[in-house]
Design a protein around this ligand. Structure first.
Ligand code: 5AD
Ligand code: SF4
Length: 429
């Protein structure tokens, strides 16, 4: 979501600024922040500490802080780091161009109003030339969240759930496809409740079908789904829409009914597993990924065992696992039965090794098989290698000419590890 917002910000400012990789030559530095866990928030202040030195050298440099930490901390940021001139929340990105123009007349500004009807505007994707467009892009379909999971800061910093009108979404998808984007991910905190608040709107499955029909779109994905709202109509889309990739990110958070209840997730372990069974029934080869939290207040060893048991049952292809981090404004931060950090760390270690084990098991099943792969670029780890992605969202490392970047190829999987695959481009395309 933040990556998408950063791109929007750069597009909104494209008539006055161009991007640079060199902070020494920047006229404006915008730090777009995340406050989902405390660690992300700490990083902001340590980065601002570094940027203070740049500002001392070049007082004309403008420093801005945007995103969820800005929304959470508001004027505190201006007090704590007075060399920052602009603080703006997720709903204020559109005001940025005007504020930058009028900055000379004031010293600093804090824009953190949350608006009930905020909609991200459509801004055509700015490319310098045709080879400039990315292969993959996000398109936001909704903002904010109404779920109020007990651990989560998002509803407090991104405001109430608002769905973007479908014509705006389709316009953005068509624009991206016309500029060469091949793989689009529809984004929202809870995409499955798309349109439900506005009775006149399409629902999520209808929207998926319309986006899936955009000519030239090769790959479509979406994230994040809430298990309580994932319906059969969406599951059917995996069978019916050719470009919809066989991958679903379905956050479990915990496998214990006690913990799920206290998290306010509003599904049980059995209901979650029923959805997984329906998905695998409709699309046997679907790859399923998840998010997990260990050490939520009150989580016992037995609760944690339940999480491990679901992980072994579902066999996730990949997962993001986090230690619970108390967040401002949330209910769980005031729960009296917080779990000590050493217990959280121990559980995280056990969970990560179980996740690696099941991912290895699933990835091994692909060895010897052919997969359709989009060759995405040069490997970061080895400049002599390319990296590609399957429809199931697995990363494949392979040898091949750089001319192949941006093309789809059949790749035979030769070996697997828990985080990626190795493959060879098949001779018969
Ligand atoms: N502590 C730890 N993890 C969290 N997440 C959200 N809030 C917290 C928190 N307070 C995780 C959830 C969510 C992912 C984006 O971040 O697993 O799905
Ligand atoms: Fe946070 Fe829950 Fe909303 Fe996801 S559904 S953004 S975890 S409150």
């Amino acid at each position: 979501m933040n990556e998408y917002d950063s791109l929007k910000i750069s597009q909104l400012l494209a008539s006055d600024y161009e991007l640079t990789q060199d902070k020494e030559e920047a006229d404006l530095i915008i730090v777009n922040t995340c406050s989902i866990r405390e660690k992300a928030e700490h990083k902001v202040y340590s980065l601002l500490g570094h940027l203070k030195k740049l500002k001392a050298k070049r007082p004309e440099l403008i420093l801005a802080v945007g995103g969820c930490v800005a929304q959470q901390e508001k004027e505190n940021i201006l007090r704590r780091t007075p060399f920052v001139e602009i603080v703006f929340g997720p709903h204020s990105i559109c005001e940025l161009p005007d504020v930058l123009k009028s900055l000379e007349t004031r010293k600093s500004i804090c824009m953190t109003e949350l608006k009930d009807d905020f909609v991200i505007p459509f801004v055509p994707f700015a490319t310098k030339d045709d080879s400039d467009a990315p292969l993959k892009a996000f398109v936001t379909i909704m903002q904010g969240c109404d779920n109020f999971c007990a651990y989560c800061v998002v509803p407090h910093v991104r405001g109430r759930e608002v769905s973007r009108p479908s014509d705006l979404i389709l316009e953005e998808v068509r624009d991206l496809v016309s500029k060469g984007v091949k793989d689009i991910t529809l984004l929202g905190q809870n995409v499955n409740s798309y349109g439900l608040k506005q009775k006149t709107s399409k629902n999520f499955a209808q929207l998926l079908r319309e986006v899936g029909a955009v000519p030239g779109l090769e790959r479509l994905r979406f994230t994040t789904s809430h298990p309580k709202d994932l319906g059969m109509d969406t599951i059917d889309c995996f069978r019916d829409i050719p470009c919809l990739c066989e991958h679903l990110h379905l956050p479990l958070q915990s496998g214990s009914d006690n913990v799920l209840k206290r998290m306010n997730r509003r599904y049980s372990k059995a209901q979650y597993l029923e959805k997984i069974a329906a998905l695998r029934d409709a699309v046997p080869e679907i790859s399923i990924t998840t998010d997990l939290i260990v050490g939520f207040p009150g989580e016992t060893d037995e609760d944690f065992e339940q999480t491990l048991s679901v992980v072994r049952q579902v066999e996730y292809e990949q997962a993001f696992a986090f230690k619970y981090s108390p967040r401002p404004f949330t209910r769980a931060k005031d729960f009296s039965d917080q779990v000590p950090d050493d217990v959280k760390s121990e559980r995280l270690t056990v969970l990560l090794s179980t996740l690696n084990e099941v991912a290895m098991k699933r990835h091994s099943r692909l060895v010897g098989k052919e997969q359709e792969a989009l060759i995405e670029g040069v490997s970061k780890a080895d400049p002599n290698e390319l990296t590609a992605r399957t429809r199931g969202n697995h990363v494949i490392n392979l040898r091949g000419s750089r001319d192949l970047i941006g093309t789809f190829r059949k790749v035979r999987i030769t070996s697997a590890s828990y985080h990626s695959l190795r493959g060879e481009i098949s001779l018969n395309p």
